[in-house]
Structures are given as structure tokens and as C-alpha cells.
Design a protein around this ligand. Structure first.
Ligand code: NAD
Length: 316
């Protein structure tokens, strides 16, 4: 069954990396209309170029901390609006907190008013520097409320609490996805995240910058897999948080070597001090997503990197 056929859908943060791919996917699922709402603080209208040729698609440049002016019925509100990389939220500290709190509130009010299903994009960052590995949804995290990353972590934790509050007290039908590191075309080369950083360095023939000893791990999920999981969660009736991510865990050194091999270029690995609060390990426990949604990632790191590198070659 295609839950999204004939539905009117609002994607907050729809000009961003994941949000724009989600808009593509919802239109491909025969949605009646998809409206991307975005203030472009970290997003890019170029992500919407193809979509804007589709009469069912609409773009509204708007800050979601203000009431969201959508006319007519709405069936789904997907909230992906938030600066999402450490570079971005370090430049937009207070905006990140406002978007996670007031922006999420405005999105929930829209969903309540329209009797729409609300899906919140949360993050693995809510687990902080985890003491449990891999991280199941039942783990409540190891977060310091004043470290530099806290503007993002705590905004996202508050967002989950707000969403849960609207579900319990206002009867809004809600979903929460805890997104783990995701990569793919339409990331920005300068957003400071590991994939664009390594690929950019490899394409420019520069050395790879590794923070710390390079033994810290991450797991990377290709964006098509992530969007498929989000779409499945939206179509389910699962209101508790669900982790989505790829459990294929690599050290930073292994990952730099994989990028080097895929690009066929790049310099030496150069080690620099680890930024404060950088988590040592991250890997999603996706048992819940597998059991409840029948979802698991399919795209291998080699396949995903090849598509991502092809995109970045057009941007270097
Ligand atoms: P992104 O920066 O590309 O997209 C976020 C979008 O939200 C941008 O287009 C930005 O302009 C918009 N935005 C921010 N504040 C806004 C506001 N006040 N009003 C309107 N628009 C606003 O980041 P992304 O990687 O696509 O992340 C999308 C969502 O997924 C975010 O909520 C992020 O926290 C979450 N997430 C992403 C990852 C990942 O690895 N990409 C991991 C965990 C969680």
C-alpha cells in the first residue's frame, strides 16, 4: 500500500540535504502536493532545481520559528529543519536552539491545526558520547548540557520531549526518527562533516585531516536508505523513537582510506587534536527498525561513495 498517494505533505527544512531527497521521494510516491518550507540558513535552492519543474511542488522561504502559513489541508508534516553539522551549529548557536524548540513547536501547532501526522527528525547526538555500544533507543544517553555540541544535542532532546508532549496531551499523531550519520549527493563540501571533508580533500589532492588518533568510529548511511526508512516510519503507527542508520562501523582511518581508494587520489593522513566533545564511537542498534518497519540499509559504502564523489566532482 502506498500511504502517500494523493496526500498533501509539508517538509520543514526541505531545501536541505536529507529534506530535498525526501521531497523527491514523496513526489515519486504520488503525493498530491509537497511544500518545502526552509529559511535557507544551511540549505540550498539548487537542491530543488529539478523539483521546481513539478507542478505538485512548492517552495516557501520561511523561518519555522514563526507561525507557518500553509493554506488548505495537510496530511503529513515532516520536520527536518535544523542546522545539522558541527560547523553549522557552531555558527548558528542560538538559531539552532530556537529552531529545535520554537520551530518544532510551530511545526507541531501546524500538525495539530491540520490534523496531520507529524514526523520529527531527531539525531544520534541525543546519545551524546555513548557509554553503551551499539546504541539502542532505550539508552538515554551521556550528554553534557554545556559542552559546545550541547546547543544541538539539547535542542534535539527538547524536541523529542515536545513531540511526545503533543502526542500525549494534544492527541497529535507523531513519529520520531533518530538519524545516525547520513551522507550522499547534495551535502555541502564546506559543512565540516566527515564525508564531504574527506572527499573534498581527496578531490583537491590535499592531505586528509584526521582528528584524534583516527581510531574513533562512525557508521555512515547512504541518503537513499535513510529516506526510505523515514518514509516507512511516517507510514507506520510507531510513535516511540526509532533509530535509522547503517551499523557498518568504520574507524576514521579506515574511512579515509576508503575515500582515497574511491577517488583514486589524495595525500597523507594528518592527525590533529580531537575537538571537545567529539564522540568516540557511534553505531545504531537498528533491531527496532528491522522488526517494526522491515527496514535495513542496502547501499554499500563503496556504492554510496561512488555516487557521492560523482556529485562532488561537479562542485569542487
Ligand atoms: P541540512 O542543513 O542540509 O538541512 C537542514 C535544513 O533546515 C536546511 O535547508 C536549513 O536551511 C533548514 N533550516 C534550519 N533552520 C531553519 C528554520 N529556522 N526555518 C526553516 N528552515 C530551517 O541538514 P541535513 O543533514 O539535511 O539534516 C536534516 C535533519 O536531519 C536535521 O534535523 C538534522 O538534525 C537531522 N540529522 C541529520 C543527520 C545527517 O547525518 N545528515 C544526522 C542526524 C540528524
Amino acid at each position: 500500500m502506498n500511504t502517500y498517494r494523493g496526500k498533501r505533505i509539508v517538509v520543514l527544512g526541505g531545501a536541505g540535504f536529507v529534506g530535498s531527497h525526501l521531497c523527491d521521494r514523496l513526489l515519486a510516491a504520488d503525493a498530491e502536493s509537497v511544500t518545502a518550507v526552509d529559511n535557507l540558513c544551511t540549505g540550498d535552492v539548487r537542491n530543488l532545481t529539478i523539483l521546481q519543474r513539478d507542478a505538485r511542488f512548492d517552495f516557501l522561504q520561511h523561518d519555522i520559528c514563526q507561525p507557518i502559513p500553509i493554506r488548505g489541508p495537510v496530511d503529513f508534516v515532516f520536520n527536518l529543519a535544523s542546522p545539522a553539522s558541527p560547523v553549522d551549529y557552531a555558527a548558528l548557536w542560538l538559531e539552532t536552539m530556537r529552531t529545535g524548540s520554537e520551530g518544532t513547536l510551530r511545526g507541531l501547532e501546524l500538525a495539530e491545526q491540520k490534523k496531520a501526522i507529524f514526523l520529527q527528525a531527531s539525531t544520534s547526538e541525543i546519545y551524546g558520547d555513548p557509554l553503551v555500544h551499539p546504541q539502542p533507543e532505550s539508552y538515554s544517553g551521556n550528554v553534557d548540557p554545556t559542552r559546545p555540541r550541547s546547543v544541538y544535542d539539547e535542542a534535539k532532546r527538547y524536541g523529542e520531549a515536545l513531540v511526545s508532549g503533543f502526542r500525549r496531551s494534544r492527541g497529535v499523531s507523531t513519529r520520531i526518527v533518530r538519524i545516525f550519520n547520513t551522507y550522499g549527493p547534495r551535502m555541502r563540501l564546506d559543512d565540516g562533516r566527515v564525508v564531504p571533508a574527506f572527499v573534498g580533500q581527496a578531490l583537491r589532492g590535499e592531505d586528509f585531516t584526521i582528528f584524534g588518533d583516527g581510531k574513533q568510529t562512525r557508521s555512515f548511511c547512504y541518503v537513499d536508505d535513510m529516506v526510505e526508512g523515514i518514509v516507512k516510519l511516517g507510514a507506520s503507527d510507531v510513535s516511540d523513537p526509532v533509530n535509522l542508520g547503517n551499523p557498518d562501523e568504520r574507524t576514521m582511518v579506515e574511512f579515509a582510506e576508503a575515500v582515497k581508494a574511491a577517488v583514486g587520489g589524495g595525500g597523507q593522513l594528518v592527525f590533529k587534536p580531537l575537538p571537545e566533545g567529539d564522540p568516540k564511537q557511534r553505531r545504531p542498534d537498528i533491531t527496532k527498525a528491522k522488526t517494526l518497519l522491515g527496514w535495513e540499509p542496502k547501499v554499500t559504502l563503496a556504492e554510496g561513495l561512488a555516487k557521492t564523489i560523482a556529485f562532488f566532482r561537479t562542485r569542487v
